[in-house]
Design a protein around this ligand. Structure first.
Ligand code: PLP
Length: 397
């Protein structure tokens, strides 16, 4: 029944039956660390896995369970797990899928802390990795080694917005029987559903669009039931990066408006991108909804809409880019994304400051590149703020 409903409806109703919770319209917040057993025998049965029922909130919590069931439905996955941060989700998944001596094949330009985790895995656990541009099947085939344990992808890639063709990657990965993990944070399940395209795991920093309100740090992983049960019993339970019931409750609330929020984020971005592109102080705009975007066709095929993230390049120097940021008023200088507030940041000195300069240059992260997370304000006000800050960059020499 549930699977037949549309995304917007599922985001509100799936994973929860009010009649099982005293008719409470909204899923109750089980703000409790532990659960009492009616008898010693029942406690024994629960620990033995022979009786359903909760034990202790690190092993499971009813509010968290509602969130996980919703995410599974929205990603069209068999199951999902929630975590205390996007990085807890990434690390639990990679720890589960790899062992010492393995290799991970990644898309170039992954999230900074994921990159940090790969370094740690290499130095402490002898798990190597390669960061490659997934531009055609042969490159992928040649980069897969006998010890490649998984393929890890972000698309669109932060902050250059380059896309990876997921169907192409899945085709090669299936030949070699290697699981594909996609960090779907930039899209949310509303815009892109990698599991439908054959990917095995989807990860989100739920901190971003899934929360949508800038008040939670959390993560989720969706995938096959069998695999997620294993993660739940090992790298979630024993490493312990669990989500708090309160944060799960806030995410359940955020999900109800995911589709309407994303529609507005995308609509606003589609208004702002061409205006930026036409401004004399802007030399480049990277936005998958731009018809001249090199992967425009792929974006249309793989994503429902182009998303709310725009990167753009300014004329001038690093100092000009920083001065431009300082002139923004409505738009706030901050990392993170997917909030109601429009946020802007300077990747070269902020999110990607840890990437060595020559790697940054190769990846197209220049000193004048800026990343804009288009918020939910009136687009005219967002544009007025950008225009005001841009116009003053013009030097009359
Ligand atoms: C923010 C982010 C993460 C990390 O998530 P946290 O919730 O901050 O731990 C991972 N991947 C992407 C693409 C992100 O934007």
């Amino acid at each position: 029944m549930e699977k037949q409903k549309r995304f917007e409806t599922q985001a509100i109703h799936s994973g929860y039956d009010s009649l099982k919770f005293q008719g409470s319209l909204v899923p109750p917040l089980y703000q409790t660390s532990t659960f009492t057993f009616p008898t010693a025998e029942e406690g024994e049965l629960r620990f033995a896995g022979e009786s359903d029922g909760y034990i202790y909130s690190r092993l499971g919590n009813p509010t968290v369970r509602v969130l996980e069931e919703k995410i599974a439905v929205l990603e069209q996955a068999e199951a999902a797990l929630a975590f205390g941060s996007g990085m807890a989700a990434v690390s639990a998944t990679l720890f589960y899928l790899t062992r010492s001596g393995d290799h991970i094949l990644c898309s170039e330009g992954i999230y900074g802390c994921t990159f940090g985790l790969l370094q740690l895995l290499k130095e402490k656990h002898h798990i190597s990795h390669d960061l490659i541009v997934f531009d055609n099947e042969d490159t992928i085939r040649k980069s897969i080694r006998d010890n490649t344990a998984c393929i890890y992808i972000e698309t669109p890639i932060n902050p250059t917005m380059k896309l990876v063709d997921l169907e192409m990657v899945v085709k090669v990965a299936k030949e070699k029987k290697i699981p594909v993990i996609v960090d779907n944070t930039f899209c949310s399940p509303y815009l892109q559903q990698p599991i439908k395209l054959g990917c095995d795991y989807v990860i989100h920093s739920a901190t971003k669009y899934i929360s949508g309100h800038g008040d939670v740090i959390a993560g989720v992983v969706a995938g096959k039931k069998e695999n997620l049960e294993e993660i739940s019993k090992t790298t979630l339970k024993d490493i312990g990066g669990v989500i708090s019931p309160m944060d799960a409750w806030l995410l359940i609330r955020g999900l109800k408006t995911l589709a309407v929020r994303l529609d507005r984020h995308c609509e606003n971005a589609e208004k702002i991108a061409p205006l930026l592109k036409a401004h004399p102080q802007v030399t480049q705009v990277y936005f998958p909804g731009d018809e001249e975007f090199p992967q425009y066709e792929l974006a249309k095929r793989q994503m429902k809409k182009p998303g709310g993230m725009i990167s753009f390049e300014l004329k001038g120097t690093k100092e000009d880019a920083q001065a431009f940021l300082d002139r923004c008023r409505l738009i706030k200088i901050a990392v993170s994304l997917g909030d109601a507030e429009t946020l802007i940041q300077h990747p070269a000195t902020m999110t990607h400051a840890v990437v060595p300069q020559k790697d940054r240059e190769r990846m197209g992260i220049t000193d004048t590149l800026l990343r804009l997370s288009v918020g939910l304000e009136a687009w005219e006000d967002i544009w007025d703020d950008l225009k005001h800050a841009l116009d003053q960059n013009i030097k009359f020499t």
